[in-house]
Design a protein around this ligand. Structure first.
Ligand SMILES: *[C@@H]1O[C@H](CO)[C@@H](O)[C@H](O)[C@H]1NC(C)=O
Ligand SMILES: *[C@@H]1O[C@H](CO)[C@@H](O)[C@H](O)[C@H]1NC(C)=O
Ligand SMILES: *[C@@H]1O[C@H](CO)[C@@H](O)[C@H](O)[C@H]1NC(C)=O
Ligand SMILES: *[C@@H]1O[C@H](CO)[C@@H](O)[C@H](O)[C@H]1NC(C)=O
Ligand SMILES: *[C@@H]1O[C@H](CO)[C@@H](O)[C@H](O)[C@H]1NC(C)=O
Ligand SMILES: *[C@@H]1O[C@H](CO)[C@@H](O)[C@H](O)[C@H]1NC(C)=O
Ligand SMILES: *[C@@H]1O[C@H](CO)[C@@H](O)[C@H](O)[C@H]1NC(C)=O
Ligand SMILES: *[C@@H]1O[C@H](CO)[C@@H](O)[C@H](O)[C@H]1NC(C)=O
Length: 685
């Protein structure tokens, strides 16, 4: 890209694009054709046309050096991802959902030419997304969510009084957009016919999207959105939902109304507005808003410099020579796209995490006031954990938006205080709402399972899943370095003192736990994993109650299916071992709904793996990934949990069918209290 900076104009960009210049010369135009810099028209703008954002993105040709770098980093990082060979064809029942040979596809991408760096990015991003694994995701902040494109019509799937499901514009659509997009309302109003206004769209039944059955669009999204193995769960991402964050109840627009890349300019909707029988077809343009995490720019050169180069937190650090303040700064930017509150380096390093990763910004769009719980949150409520008692005075509710929190200890305490108070107040049954809960601290998942279910075979000593980690040659070398003293002030994930044997007894200091890896063949490829690891969370640093707080069979775990990572560890052990009920809300009736997904065991990313490699003094090893040159992130599953029903196979691809699929109506959709009451009526009574 350097030549572009030196030139300072866009003449060469046009030469590459070709078309306009040749038109100019064929007309015999004598002037030097200097186009405007395609990035300067969107630089400094809060709102832009998706087409303008696209022109900026597409103006950068592929730089072979950067392309090779990205592919090498991803490829060498994947050697630490537990699931690469499984995902070539996932075990049944998910073989038709996951069949991506990612290493093979990287080889294809290396050879394939692309019109622009943006086109290369789309192929890379979608290739990784085809793993349908929210832990193993490739993000490049140069493009992903740099601008986020919105429509004013989040969609929902509602059942009518006969239980027939139809796609609708969310009844709350106008409340949401008039609070969030005040400055764009007029723009969208202008796109509508004169006798139709934006507020009249709320609740409308959607007959067609772009002239076709709405399910065509739902399925097109499910095919490329990634993140979850199960088809039903990926379908659900199309629709709007809510999420409890450390800053309150947020609205999630869904993939139809919110896109992280500017690929669509507009959508046609054929609708019947509420209280009308007239079929209307409207065209609504997407508007692209500058992302909250994007760095301002003025032109192509500053766009690239500010947003596309590796930055603080992209690459790992050698912990042997990093100060606490340096690490704090770095970590602030590392966890930015993980679905969790910002946490400190020390918390993240001390408490192992299992977190879903998404280019979708967690956003800051409030759930409209009329949909927020009007009940007062009870004792123990804080941040992502809120406790309520329903009007029946026997159903307690734990709304848990995440298993992460700025402070591990505070979240741990809040769960104990909140559930104990609910029990003391007379609650005999419990609804746990984990809608859009992308996981977090592994040991919080174990803790929550243990305190609800009490001490029993499924919770003591192991309240989660046994695991294994990939034992590639470089991983094994890191263990050797760590046990011979390369560890720093922060305990390495490769340090044996972090782990227990399969029988849950701690590994001794200096023990080479990867000396004899378990060799196996998966989908015809040779692979190697560590010995089976037991639990590492107990004894907890807080004393759990001697008795169960709730009868687990009277616990209903509720979500839109998008409960991943540590949220899966919690739900699976509660459901499969202790008989908790599982409920998905709003899924399509005819499609099997899974109550969770993206199980993993422990997730991490390039930054952490690179930190392990650098701290072990192995960065010069031929298998070590180089530093990223671009503003990129590669996530991986670092430990993979063994199954509960089939204890010798990963839980990741075992079945997690929800006991109930609670259809949403215009009275319950995106209304947490109404959903909890419906769950009590259908599931807990
Ligand atoms: C990826 O790594 C494997 C070794 O693990 C190597 O055989 C392959 O050539 C690499 N692919 C690319 C595209 O570099
Ligand atoms: C809500 O759904 C019911 C039953 O399907 C219907 O009669 C009513 O008109 C709907 N109300 C709105 C505002 O869409
Ligand atoms: C709105 O205008 C269109 C044509 O401009 C007309 O066909 C339609 O009947 C009008 N609808 C209402 C509800 O006024
Ligand atoms: C949307 O409708 C317009 C006419 O109003 C049409 O020109 C366009 O092709 C349609 N787009 C799609 C994707 O159906
Ligand atoms: C539809 O009609 C009902 C009954 O007249 C009214 O209560 C409701 O507010 C109307 N809804 C909309 C969106 O106009
Ligand atoms: C690690 O320990 C060394 C020596 O005790 C100290 O100088 C250094 O600042 C520590 N680093 C961190 C990140 O705590
Ligand atoms: C809630 O907390 C208050 C103050 O800590 C305490 O007095 C009260 O007993 C608690 N309520 C329950 C139900 O535990
Ligand atoms: C890697 O190799 C280079 C050149 O041989 C050397 O300068 C550097 O110190 C080495 N780095 C490490 C971490 O060993």
């Amino acid at each position: 890209m350097r030549w572009r900076k030196l030139k300072g104009s866009f003449v060469l960009g046009l030469l590459l694009a070709g078309a306009e210049l040749s038109t100019a010369s064929s007309r015999g135009v004598q002037q030097v054709f200097v186009s405007e810099d395609p990035c300067s028209s969107i630089g400094g703008k809060r709102w832009a046309y998706p087409s303008a954002v696209r022109s900026c993105f597409q103006s950068f040709p592929v730089d072979p050096k950067l392309k090779a770098n990205i592919i090498e980093v991803i490829n060498k990082t994947l050697a630490f991802h537990t699931s690469t060979n499984y995902q070539i064809r996932a075990p049944e029942p998910f073989s038709s959902e996951v069949h991506e040979d990612v290493v093979g596809d990287l080889a294809r991408i290396s050879k394939q030419p692309y019109t622009s760096d943006f086109d290369l990015h789309i192929d890379l991003s979608r290739t990784l997304k085809r793993l349908n694994d929210g832990h193993c995701v490739y993000i490049n902040y140069c493009y992903d969510a740099l601008f986020v494109s919105y429509l004013p019509t989040p969609l929902v799937l509602l059942a009518d009084s006969n239980g027939v499901q139809n796609v609708h514009i969310a009844p709350e659509a106008f409340s949401v957009i008039s609070a969030e997009f005040q400055d764009q309302i007029g723009y969208w109003e202008d796109a509508l016919p004169e006798n139709l206004s934006l507020d009249q769209l709320s609740g409308a039944k959607v007959l067609l999207i772009d002239g076709e059955d709405p399910w065509v669009a739902v399925e097109a999204n499910a095919a490329i959105t990634g993140g979850y193995t199960a088809y039903g769960t990926r379908q659900n991402s199309f629709f709007s939902s809510y999420s409890l964050t450390s800053n309150g109840w947020y609205y999630v627009m869904g993939n139809f109304a919110q896109q992280t890349l500017p690929l669509y300019d507009s959508r046609n909707l054929t609708i019947i507005p509420v209280n009308s029988s007239e079929v209307r077809t409207i065209t609504l343009p997407y508007r692209s808003r500058f992302g909250d995490l994007s760095v301002d720019f003025a032109d192509s050169a500053s766009f690239w410099d500010n947003n596309c180069r590796a930055t603080i937190g992209t690459n790992g650090v050698d912990l042997r020579s990093s100060s606490e303040t340096e690490l704090a700064d770095i970590y602030a930017s590392v966890s930015k796209l993980e679905q969790q509150p910002r946490i400190s380096f020390r918390e993240a390093w001390q408490h192992r995490m299992n977190v879903y990763m998404d280019a979708r910004p967690t956003g800051d769009m409030d759930l409209p006031a009329m949909l927020q719980p009007s009940k007062k949150p009870l004792n123990g409520s804080q941040g992502v954990a809120q406790f309520y008692m329903l009007d029946d005075d026997i159903t307690g509710v734990l709304a848990l938006g995440s298993f992460s929190s700025e402070s591990f200890a505070e979240l741990q305490k809040s769960l104990l205080v909140g559930l104990t108070s609910l029990k003391n107040s007379g609650a005999t049954q419990l609804v746990v709402d984990v809608t859009n809960n992308g996981g977090g601290y592994i040991c919080i998942a174990h803790w929550l399972h243990r305190i609800i279910s009490g001490p029993r075979a499924s919770t003591v000593p192991q309240a989660g899943l046994d695991t294994t980690t990939r034992a590639g040659p470089l991983a094994r070398l890191i263990v050797k370095q760590v046990i011979s003293g390369a560890d720093s002030n922060y305990t390495s994930s490769y340090d044996p003192t972090q782990w227990t044997f399969a029988n849950h007894t701690p590994m001794p200091e200096g023990y080479d736990w990867m000396a004899s890896p378990v060799k196996t063949v998966i989908n015809g490829r040779e692979d190697a994993f560590s010995q089976r690891l037991g639990q590492e969370c107990q004894p907890f640093d807080m004393r759990p109650p001697a008795d169960p707080l709730f009868d687990p069979r009277k616990v209903a775990i509720v979500s839109n299916g998008r409960c991943g990572s540590s949220c899966s560890l919690f739900s699976i052990t509660m459901a499969k071992e202790d008989g908790a009920k599982t409920v998905v809300v709003g899924g399509k009736k005819t499609v099997p709904q899974q109550y969770c997904g993206t199980v993993g065991g422990q997730s991490t990313g390039f930054f952490h793996i690179d930190t392990e490699i650098k701290t072990a003094g192995l960065k010069n090893h031929s298998l070590a990934p180089p530093d990223f040159l671009t503003n990129s992130v590669q996530g991986i599953t670092w430990r993979l949990g063994y199954g509960i029903w089939d204890t010798e196979q990963p839980e990741e691809w075992q079945y997690h069918p929800a006991d109930y699929n609670l259809l949403l109506t215009n009275a319950t959709v995106n209304n947490p209290v109404a959903i909890w009451e419906a769950v009590v009526a259908e599931v807990l009574s």
